[in-house]
Design a protein around this ligand. Structure first.
Ligand code: AKG
Length: 308
């Protein structure tokens, strides 16, 4: 089957073609209309629209932050018996790099994913019911934690998962302190308004290597240089418990961690219910369910109040 036969919906964001190209975003960034009742201030809402990310501090209590840290260590220790499918190891070693499907692996993280302080804010920005397209916990241990190369998540979700529109937001919850040195998330503010259509066909089972080291679906050094010169590079620093919200098309990545200080962050990817995925736009087969939830039963049940 040829790739062009795979998808019949119109494609607002073609990618994985022979040549890289730079295109404009076709979708709003903030879908909701700000009112004084909104869960963000007007300035925060405008900042998210303009930069494609927002750092939220002091959302969680000290006890909740302790639980976040303890639960991430408990999952990594193996005592909870993780499903092997949900675990990715570092390139060249058995160290845990990523755990997927946090909402299934941990009742605690399931509750965190549905917390109004995070999901309620995302729901306002996307103006739709939500479901989790993906969740993951990236450990970046001291000394050996490896980098995540520059990419737009949307490019992969569009090409390989069949997400049609830019109507998804990731929440990165810092589980350890993140600072300039220990490999925090780096983001190019304003990059979310532009779409780099990446060069090269998607190889069979691309996810098996791209989760360790991404090679297809990343912009060329030339395009990244142009973007960085135009937009600069910011980073999401903060104490454990800080939340970094970022648009699905914000160019981001992170350096390796050779400091002794671990950096781990949980990511919840919220997609608009109306934007549920279909056939991939540029891959022969969709990626497995641990990377891309394909048949959510119902929108997320968002819960207010402290996590007990
Ligand atoms: C990803 O998992 O797609 C990331 O970009 C993660 C970046 C990080 O954990 O620093």
């Amino acid at each position: 089957m040829t790739l062009s036969a795979v998808h019949t919906r119109s494609d607002a964001y073609p990618t994985r073609l022979p040549e890289e190209s730079w295109r404009e975003r076709q979708d709003p960034v903030v879908w909701g209309r700000w009112t004084p009742e909104a869960p963000l201030t007007r300035a925060q809402t405008e900042a998210f629209a303009e930069t494609g990310f927002l750092v939220l501090e002091n959302l969680f209590t000290a006890q909740e932050i302790d639980r976040l840290r303890d639960e991430s260590l408990r999952l990594r220790s193996g005592e909870t018996g993780l499903r092997p499918d949900n675990v990715v190891t570092e390139p060249g070693s058995d160290a845990v790099r990523t755990i997927f499907r946090l909402e299934d692996e941990s009742p605690f993280f399931n509750r965190v994913a549905r917390d109004a302080r995070v999901a309620g804010v995302v729901q306002f920005l996307l103006d739709d019911a939500l479901y989790l397209h993906q969740s993951r916990l990236n450990y970046k241990p001291g000394f050996t934690g490896k980098e995540f190369y520059w990419h737009s998540d949307f490019e992969t979700w569009h090409a390989e998962d069949g997400m049609a529109r830019m109507r998804a937001i990731s929440a990165s919850i810092l589980l350890t302190d993140n600072d300039a040195l220990n490999g925090p998330l780096m983001l190019m503010p304003g990059s979310h308004r532009h779409y780099i259509s990446c060069a090269g066909e998607t190889p069979e089972d691309n996810h098996k290597s791209s989760l360790k080291q991404q090679e297809v679906g990343v912009p060329s050094p030339d395009a990244l240089t142009r973007m960085a010169e135009r937009f600069g590079i910011a980073y999401g620093a903060g104490k454990a418990g800080t939340v970094v919200l970022f648009d699905c098309n914000t160019m981001h990545g992170s350096n390796g961690n050779i400091t002794p200080f671990p950096r781990s962050n949980a990511f919840f990817v919220y997609n608009a219910w109306s934007n549920r995925v279909g056939a991939p736009f540029a891959a022969a087969r969709p990626r497995p369910a641990f990377l891309s939830s394909r048949d959510p039963e119902a929108p997320l049940d968002i819960v207010a109040g402290p996590i007990r």
